[in-house]
Design a protein around this ligand. Structure first.
Ligand code: NAP
Length: 295
């Protein structure tokens, strides 16, 4: 029978573990981990995301702070804010909510974040450490949250990943590429597919682990999935339902794919909840490291 991978329950377990670890860290004289989320403008989806992030940080015993800037904020103003947060001893994690307005130089802003406080794992130094890791990923490395969450779900589902054939569809810097690097570090044999790949259905069928991170509703059909494969659907797409109301769907045609997969994540309730839980995990990792070696 197909196992539906319950990302919501896995994220709740992870957040409960982090809450316990935060309490123990503070009891041993550590600072209360501080996460500051920087939001530029009032994009409705971003507002909802940042609200969840700061609320869940608070629920785990951390200081979750939202810093709101108007959508007229310039690159220079944002760089000044980042410099202040880099210097603040009670801020251990900085997250700049994307997307930034078009007039802002997003990579200059992201690159200005102290790598030790880069809880999104997007700083070139952390990306470089991930891609050059040999002999395992260091425990204190700040990994991008969504790929990190996918790896936790895969390990909980399959146990040992060594030697598995993994196909990742999507090569973004946020999901596809770092996830491929993590699968490689776990000794999988990894193929990265993208919009120029040929015969994608056959490529997907070759996978024991199939990850979809494309942003195209239900693109991966049931007959692209090998019998018994583990399917991780990262996609979050808002589409109109038959009743005209909007609903969320993934990049995988869930009903078809779940008839063949051994295990599959649903959307919603799969990868999504793990992303925020991993952000909290990164904040605690960053706080511990900064407590040991002040930045
Ligand atoms: N669950 C979460 O927490 C979470 C977090 C982040 C993102 N997401 C979701 O994950 C999805 C992907 O996000 P992203 O940021 O990685 O997206 P992205 O930056 O738009 O990248 C999409 C990737 O898919 C590839 N692609 C597009 N059309 C394709 C096709 N027809 N065949 C094969 N590959 C194709 C693109 O290839 P090229 O490189 O060739 O253009 C690109 O590499 C989105 O639905 C997003 O909302 C979810």
């Amino acid at each position: 029978m197909t196992r539906i991978i319950d990302g919501k329950a896995a994220a709740e377990r992870l957040r409960a573990r982090i809450g316990g670890d935060v309490a123990a860290f503070v009891a041993q004289g550590g600072p209360v981990p501080g996460l500051t989320v920087v939001l530029v403008g009032r994009h409705p989806a971003s507002l909802a995301y940042v609200g969840t992030k700061t609320r869940m940080a608070e629920a785990a015993g951390m200081n979750g702070r939202l810093l709101e800037l108007p959508d007229t904020a310039t690159t220079a103003e944002l760089l000044a804010v980042i410099a202040e947060l880099n210097a603040a001893a009670d801020v251990h994690g900085i997250l700049v909510q994307l997307p930034l307005p078009g007039h802002v130089d997003a990579s200059r802003v992201l690159d200005a974040i102290d790598p030790a406080k880069d809880v999104d794992g997007f700083h070139p130094l952390n990306v470089g450490r991930l891609f050059s890791a040999s002999g395992g990923i260091p425990d204190d490395l700040l990994l991008p949250c969504t790929p990190k969450g996918c790896m936790i779900l895969l390990r909980e589902t399959l146990g040992e990943l060594r030697g598995k054939r993994a196909v990742v569809v999507g090569r973004s810097n946020i999901v596809g590429k770092p996830l491929a690097a993590l699968l490689l570090a776990a000794d999988c044999t990894v193929t990265i597919a993208h919009s120029r790949s040929t015969d994608l259905p056959a490529l997907c069928r070759s996978a024991e682990i199939l990850v979809a991170a494309v942003g195209r509703p239900e693109m991966i059909r049931g007959d692209w999935v090998d019998e018994g494969a583990t399917v991780i659907d990262v996609g979050i797409n808002r589409v109109a339902g038959p009743d005209g109301k909007s609903r969320l769907t993934g990049d995988v045609a869930f009903a078809e794919a779940s008839a063949r997969a051994g295990a599959i994540t649903p959307v919603p309730g799969g990868v999504g909840p793990m992303t925020v839980a991993c952000l909290l995990d990164n904040t605690l990792i960053a706080a511990r490291a900064q407590h040991r070696r002040p930045t």
